[in-house]
Write a protein that binds this ligand. Structure first.
Ligand code: GLN
Length: 453
């Protein structure tokens, strides 16, 4: 823990942490030592980790990287972090992310962007670590956290993992409790870890998951032994290769990485089968209706009365307006406006209802592939390697949204997805491959991911 705290002090230029909690970390580490001395201790005893600032931590500032939450320090602990502390993990601090987890580059944070520890060969240009869990990915990659918590609504665990050469898994919807995690789009949000290896990710997810009476969408099913699944191998598995993911303009290096992944799995005894997921092309537009719709509703609670920032006004309505105008950033306001529009009378049927119908079709695509005997699906994690800070999306937000093209389908269908580092582009930047599993079958993803990493 002390070594990590020292390294954090030297890596502040990355802006990965928004709050360092050294006293708490050392107290937790001492308590771990005491337990270990007595021959006790959990599966993550004494392991120092970072916590995405979207998770509520008792008595510790939790802001979702938004100005509107101000100095909000909750009186409760999220179930996922409570589970981690019970397993013996030590909290190093709170980690930077996109504001309310809305973004793909960590540039929408009220605390400023995170700088990736990676650079293109022969260039000093600063790159994004991906988002929204950009701080989690950068911290793990820069070795200032052994692992970190993250959340994924449309790719926010898997895309930053791919950009930084780390492993990120979004489990099946319902595997982790959402209780105490700041809500973005409740039907899509899931917690998961970013870690250095598939085995680390398995150990983290094991501790984070499990039934929780405080979240009715949290599944009441036991969590299997993920760590044991890591070394299970892939012999006899059928891996689906969806033809719709071969999108126009896909860089040759992504295409060849995808082929390389198939070759590795074949060599390890798996069989590749071409499959079709015909509604893939509608996933991104449908996601950018469903997610903002739910966000606009979830974010209605930030009214200047209950949490964080309050900007005084002439009367209560004026206070609401001023607080929200000042407290929310540009991207968050854009989502609230889109969401309110697609839910409003007259537009609901044309946009929101249609997007929900598309969601059902996307889910059915996957169900058909799995009922035909496919065990997991292999795709690229992202359409490119990391890009420069300030390079994308300032003129046209859709340019940024296109980053999520391979990841959003998985959230729309509620399935588990893992991103594993698989190679590098021509300029030395990490690239990731994604594996998508059957509902509640994270084990196959760990076994398959282990062969690729
Ligand atoms: N990039 C996507 C968005 O901005 C996904 C974010 C996420 O998964 N939290 O909505």
């Amino acid at each position: 823990t002390q070594a990590h705290l020292d390294a954090m002090g030297e890596a502040r230029a990355l802006n990965a942490y928004v709050l360092e909690t050294p006293e708490k970390a050392l107290a937790m580490a001492d308590a771990s030592d005491a337990r270990l001395a007595k021959g006790e201790g959990g599966p993550l005893e004494g392991l120092p980790i970072g916590v995405k600032d979207l998770f509520c931590t008792e008595g510790v500032r939790s802001t979702a990287c938004s100005k509107i939450l101000g100095e909000f320090a909750p009186r409760y602990e999220s179930t996922v972090t409570a589970n981690l502390w019970r397993a013996g993990a030590v909290m190093l601090g709170k980690i930077n992310c996109d504001e309310f987890a809305m973004g793909s580059s960590n540039e929408t944070s009220a605390f400023g962007p995170v700088v990736s520890p990676w650079r293109r060969d022969g260039s000093d240009a600063k790159l994004v670590p991906g988002g929204s869990s950009g701080g989690s990915a950068a911290a793990v990659s820069a070795r200032i956290a052994l692992a970190a918590t993250a959340t994924d609504t449309g790719g926010s665990i898997r895309q930053p993992a791919a950009f930084t050469g780390t492993v990120g898994i979004k489990p099946t919807y319902g595997r982790c409790s959402r209780w105490g995690i700041v809500a973005f789009a409740s039907s899509l949000d899931q917690a998961g870890p970013i870690a250095k290896t598939v085995e680390d990710a398995a150990m983290m997810l094991q501790a984070m998951s499990g039934p929780d009476a405080k979240d009715t969408t949290c599944a009441d099913i036991p969590v299997p032994d993920y760590r044991a699944a890591v070394s299970r191998g892939v012999k006899g598995l059928k891996i689906g290769i969806p033809k719709e993911y071969r999108v126009d303009g896909m860089p040759a290096e992504i295409e060849s990485l995808w082929q390389q992944g198939q070759d590795w799995l074949k060599a390890a005894g798996a069989e590749m089968v071409e499959i079709s997921l015909p509604h893939t092309k509608y996933a991104l537009p449908a996601y950018y209706i469903v997610a903002p719709a739910e966000a606009s509703s979830n974010l209605a609670r930030y009214d200047g009365v209950r949490y964080g920032l309050r900007v005084p006004g002439r009367d209560i309505v004026d206070m609401y307006e001023k607080t929200r105008a000042e407290g929310f950033g540009r991207e968050v306001k854009r989502r609230v406006m889109i969401g309110t529009y697609v839910l409003s009378a007259g537009y609901y049927d044309a946009y929101y209802l249609r997007a929900q119908k598309i969601r059902t079709l996307i889910k059915r695509d996957f169900e058909e592939a799995y009922s035909a005997g496919v065990d997991a699906i292999l795709t690229p994690a992202t359409p490119s390697a990391a890009f420069g800070i300030g390079e994308k999306g300032s003129g046209d937000p859709v340019e940024m949204y296109l980053n999520d093209i391979f990841t959003v389908t998985v959230n729309m269908a509620g399935l588990p997805g893992i991103s594993v580092p698989a190679g590098f582009d021509a300029q030395g930047l990490p690239l990731g491959l994604q594996l998508i599993g059957r509902a509640f079958d994270e084990e196959t993803l760990f076994a398959t991911g282990r062969v690729i990493e």
